[in-house]
Design a protein around this ligand. Structure first.
Ligand code: IPM
Ligand code: MG
Length: 366
């Protein structure tokens, strides 16, 4: 057999290790079932890495991630790190990993499972069949722009950041957006704040320019404040949304809630070659960490995205998604997605993971 493909696993903090344990079981089961030839390795990352080594992204972890074919991450952060030096906070480790690996394209699908229509905060008819994709630029914009800081000016402190995009950064994310749109419903909405910000003016101009090569894709533009409103008013009007780092951060949390729970949504962060970091959209949820009740499905679905987008193992990805649908259909619910449906079985993190494994195996023998 050819050399094993390397998957680096970053459990992280809070509920991270709990959900990663379940997702890893599913990944290894798919590895056996579909002969994927994957080898996994776990590395320290986030606050727990900072506690151990003084660095949220230790050199050895970064090296392993560089060398990996794909990365699966849990979640990072927690209130105990609020007092850590800014440069060493868990979030900085994640941002640095995204930047070092040039993971500029962040895919955040918001897909409503029919079984969960009642878990949405919107009326079922507004969200039934919802399937939208937010493509967030991930390595530029105000998250990384210089200058940034907090300094003393005229006798008081001033905090500042810089929202900056160069043409090539806008062009490459726009290209990705049009390609993804083509594989879906060929409707792309670019979200900006071009009525106020110069950086958005340039964004819009470049997106328009890229659009010339995609006459088959319908392009619209929307200001971010209106987009936030439209997402909770009539979310099904969207197919693909492309937007900058900060706007995408905010809109993707709003979109997540439309689907019932942020505990359901996976994400992919891809570089130019298709290598990727896969992680749930949600955070480390310190309030429920250690209780074994977190929903592992977003992380399990991140495994399936990894199989689809980076490893090109569509069959295995389909099988995992079918297994997730099957456990939802049989009424398995973690607390965050419980709605009191007739066949509901309230399960904990581990039971949910086990249920997916059983469904995956059942799919194989069906
Ligand atoms: C996300 C998170 C991160 C971000 C944090 C943890 C740095 O909110 O992935 O959406 O802001 O990008
Ligand atoms: Mg966020």
């Amino acid at each position: 057999m050819s050399q094993a493909r390397k998957i680096v696993i970053l459990p992280g903090d809070g509920i991270g290790p709990e959900i990663i344990a379940q997702a890893t079981k599913v990944l290894l089961a798919a590895n056996d079932q579909f002969n994927l030839g994957l080898a996994t390795q776990s590395c320290a990352f986030g606050g727990s890495a900072y506690d151990e080594t003084g660095n949220p992204l230790p050199d050895s972890t970064l090296a392993a991630c560089r060398d990996a074919d794909a990365i699966l991450a849990g979640a990072i952060g927690g209130p105990q790190y609020d007092a850590a030096p800014r440069e060493l906070r868990p979030e900085r480790g994640l941002l640095r990993l995204r930047a070092e690996l040039k993971l500029f394209a962040n895919l955040r699908p918001a897909l409503l499972y029919p079984e969960l229509a009642d878990a949405s905060s919107l009326k079922p008819e507004l969200v039934a069949g919802l399937n939208l994709m937010i493509l967030r630029e991930l390595t530029g914009g105000i998250y990384f722009g210089q200058p940034r800081g907090i300094e003393q000016r005229d006798g008081e402190r001033v905090g500042f950041n810089t929202m900056v995009y160069n043409e090539s950064e806008i062009r490459r994310i726009a290209l990705r957006a049009f390609e993804i749109s083509r594989q879906r419903d060929s409707r792309l909405c670019s979200v900006d704040k071009a009525n106020v910000l110069e950086v958005s003016e340039l964004w819009r101009e470049i997106v328009e320019d890229v659009a010339k090569d995609y006459p088959d894709v319908e392009l619209t533009h929307m200001y971010v404040d209106n987009a936030a409103m439209q997402l909770v008013r009539a979310p099904k009007q969207f197919d693909v949304i492309v937007t900058s780092n900060l706007f995408g951060d905010v809109l993707s949390d709003a979109a997540a809630m439309l689907t019932g729970s942020i505990g359901m949504l996976p994400s992919a962060s891809l570089d130019e070659s298709g290598k990727g970091l896969y992680e749930p959209i949600h955070g480390s949820a310190p309030d429920i960490a250690g209780q074994g009740i977190a929903n592992p499905l977003a992380t399990i679905l991140s495994v399936s995205m990894m199989l689809r987008y980076t490893l090109h193992e569509a069959k295995a990805a389909d099988a995992i998604e079918q297994a997730v649908s099957a456990v939802l259909a049989t009424g398995h619910r973690c607390r965050d997605i419980a709605t009191g449906v007739a066949n509901e079985q309230l399960v904990n993190t581990q039971e949910m993971g086990e249920a997916v494994l059983v469904a995956l195996a059942a799919g194989a023998s069906a």
